[in-house]
Design a protein around this ligand. Sequence first.
Ligand SMILES: *Cc1c(COP(=O)(O)O)cnc(C)c1O
Length: 371
Amino acid sequence: MFYRESWVQVDLDQIKENVQWLRSQTNRQFIAVIKANGYGAGDASVARAALAGGATMLAVSSLDEALSLRYQEITAPILILGVVDPAQAELLLQYDLTVPAVSLEWVKELIQVPIKGLKVHLKVDTGMHRIGTEKVAELQAMLSLLKANGADVEGIFTHFACSDNPDNQMTEDQAARFEAVVDALKTPFRWVHSCNSDAAVHYPKAPGNAVRCGLAMFGVTSYLTELKPCISLYSRLIYVKQLKAGQPIGYGATYTTQGEEWIGTLPIGYADGWIRRHQGRSCWIEGETGEFVGRICMDQAMIRLPHAFPVGTKVELIGPHIPLEQVAQELGTIPYEVLTLLSDRLAKVYIENGRIREVANPRLDRLMQEK
Ligand SMILES: *Cc1c(COP(=O)(O)O)cnc(C)c1O
């Protein structure tokens, strides 16, 4: 049910198809990255679609994101990508979560508590210089300590810094360094992975038997592919009026009507992630164009209409006519930021088997369940 007519539409069928395409294209195991609440699209729903498309592991950024999936009955293997407090080992074991080992110091702290059976992937830093280590001696020592304490060191991985750039020598260098480290350790790993979305579609030589893709599942990469977009953002006119020339619009009166103008109001604002920088950008209304005029408010935004439209008319903010990539470019940012800015105040409409499966109000649903 809608309580406010602004919503994110998530096409789960297309997510599944994109995962299938990525799997056939890369011919490797598929780790679906659904950090940040599935890039804002809803973690459990995206996880289920990805698993239906053949993903064999999920990845999130932190322990709380992993627990969120477990609480929603997702039983697939989950790899946490960020640093986890070693003191949380008991919780990791209880919920069968996989963690990266990022340094010898981290491993020494981890083994202060029982870790028998804990699944671990070694994190190799090949140039991103965010987390992990490239020192073979250190990795060797980590491996020995982990094994001696009964951990299951099932994987090893690294992360590319420049895979969005087609001819970047750094990707080649990172791949070579990763392969050298894996060879030097002389240990068989069940999971060897280096590719994010861009590398998965553009760098088939990358080392590993698995890829870790997030954004590509939603049909977006830096390269031309057959992937199709899955996420749209819509709102509806809640108020329409005609103003005469010279009338100010919104906070700060930053826009003044040039002549007689039709102005519509949408129930979406910067608290939904529709930030003030959208002022001056366009939206799509039944084949015509509206422009955000005046400052975007916290909860509402005004658009100049080409003519009168009835209250209730649907307006596309991101979708088939205004691709996510275009929105990002016009804002001077990347699609990741536009998506993850969308707040959980927006309702989510999930499309499955060609129909609306669910309308979710993430903030309210949780509270209503408790009532
Ligand atoms: C976010 C992330 C990914 C996925 O990146 P995409 O570009 O969305 O595919 C993969 N690996 C790591 C370590 C990440 O942090």
